[in-house]
Design a protein around this ligand. Structure first.
Ligand code: NAI
Ligand code: COI
Ligand code: MG
Length: 363
């Protein structure tokens, strides 16, 4: 084990700093209990970096991230910066970071602890056995394709983006999905819009060819994205690994967040380059920012994915089991509250999970 891991924190905007603080609290509890040690350095990213440095992702921050063992990011963006365009947007800063880190594979797992089954808007029998992993391509597609533009005025005004993928970009993320399927239940569902889009026809041909050449032991299915969105809500337990592009993965992962009843539950890991980026699926939630209502679980579970990536499986398991324990004890943030639950603020939930972790490391 390294002496300590160098972690760059990018708390960002809105609820980002609130949930990031709880992930750090839980990681510090791991260290206190004899687990891995961390050196944290914090930098501005997103709207707060625009305000302070005039740039949503300054070059020195990028360099710090690239030199770290891992990056933990809260969320960026908010109404204050909504009139900005192009590279000056907070969200553009995040895209720049993902690209700079080479983080082309975004893993977004969804499973629902039994004690949360009644929070799902779906009936219990629909969510029984849900355990899916979305593998979303993260550094290509329509979020990055050129040309991008806007011109003209009035009725003649028009704007365009470009959905572009190379076979190499598709193949490398498809490989990640097939490898995960081999470790899981052996099924990949590739999601595209090949009935309409040329780029999706390349996507489908490339995934199919890689499957035939190297992963014939894995079951491969294809779905159009409109049907996939419906199937995730109708019969979510059918999915093992969902492989898809940047835009479709963004939308489908928020769709899959409905299964557990809150976007505040979903973690993610963005991998592919040397340094992993770990961030919740959710955004900066300006509607609840500063009120202690944010659910810190997505961020804390993203930190658990970071521990896995660093090779600290014991600490990662301790964090996940501690989170389960606190939920099983009935504590809920506002997004999941029911008349029967015990209410907890963002920091109260984080504190309880940190206390549990201290008892669990090594157990
Ligand atoms: N990775 C990132 O930094 C992302 C940033 N954004 C940005 O965030 C801002 C707000 O975007 P929205 O579309 O409203 O998406 P959002 O994910 O911030 O919020 C959507 C809904 O989910 C709720 N929610 C989100 N996280 C929660 C949590 N941890 N606990 C409890 N409830 C939670 C919010 O209160 C809101 O009702 C925008 O500026 C957007 O561009 C959006 C998505 C990802
Ligand atoms: C750049 C982000 C705002 C995109 C997003 O919503 C996400 O990655 O989930
Ligand atoms: Mg999103």
């Amino acid at each position: 084990m390294a002496d300590h891991y160098r972690i760059v924190l990018l708390p960002g905007d809105g609820i980002g700093p609130e949930v990031c603080a709880e992930a750090v609290r839980v990681l510090k509890a791991c260290t206190e209990a004899g687990g891995p040690a961390f050196a944290f350095t914090e930098h501005n990213a997103g709207g707060v970096a625009i305000d302070r440095d005039g740039d949503p992702m300054p070059d020195d921050t990028l360099a710090e991230c690239a030199g770290a063992d891992a990056v933990l990011l809260g969320a960026v963006g908010g109404p204050k910066w909504d009139e900005l365009t192009g590279p000056m947007r907070p969200e553009s800063g995040l895209l720049k970071l993902r690209k700079a880190l080479g983080a082309f594979a975004n893993l977004r797992p969804v499973s629902i602890p039994a004690c949360l089954a009644d929070h799902s808007p779906l009936k219990r029998d629909r969510i029984a056995g849900v355990d899916l992993l979305t593998v979303r391509e993260l550094t290509g597609g329509i979020y990055f394709g050129q040309p991008v533009g806007r011109e003209g005025e009035g009725d003649d005004e028009r704007a365009w983006n470009t959905m572009l993928y190379s076979a190499d970009e598709i193949r490398r993320v498809a490989r990640v999905a097939f490898e995960w399927a081999r470790k899981r239940r052996g099924v990949v569902t590739s999601v595209d819009k090949a009935n309409v889009l040329e780029v999706s026809r390349l996507w489908r041909d490339t995934v199919r060819a890689l499957h035939e050449a190297e992963y014939a032991d894995v079951e491969l299915n294809h779905l159009y994205v409109d049907n996939a969105a419906m199937q995730i809500v109708l019969r979510p337990a059918q999915f093992d690994v969902i492989l898809t592009g940047n835009l479709f993965g963004d939308i489908l992962s928020d769709t899959s967040a409905t299964l557990g009843g809150s976007l505040g539950l979903l973690p993610s890991a963005s991998l592919g380059g040397g340094t992993g980026l770990f961030e919740p699926v959710h955004g900066s939630a300006p509607d609840i920012a500063g009120e202690g209502k944010a659910n810190p679980l997505a961020m804390i579970l993203s930190a658990a994915m970071m521990l896995d990536d660093l090779g600290e499986a014991n600490a990662a398991d301790a964090v996940r089991r501690s989170a389960d324990r606190v939920l099983e004890a009935g504590y809920r943030t506002a997004d999941l509250r029911t008349p029967e639950s015990k209410s907890a603020s963002t920091s109260e939930l984080g504190r309880m999970i940190a206390e549990e972790v201290k008892d669990r490391i090594g157990s």
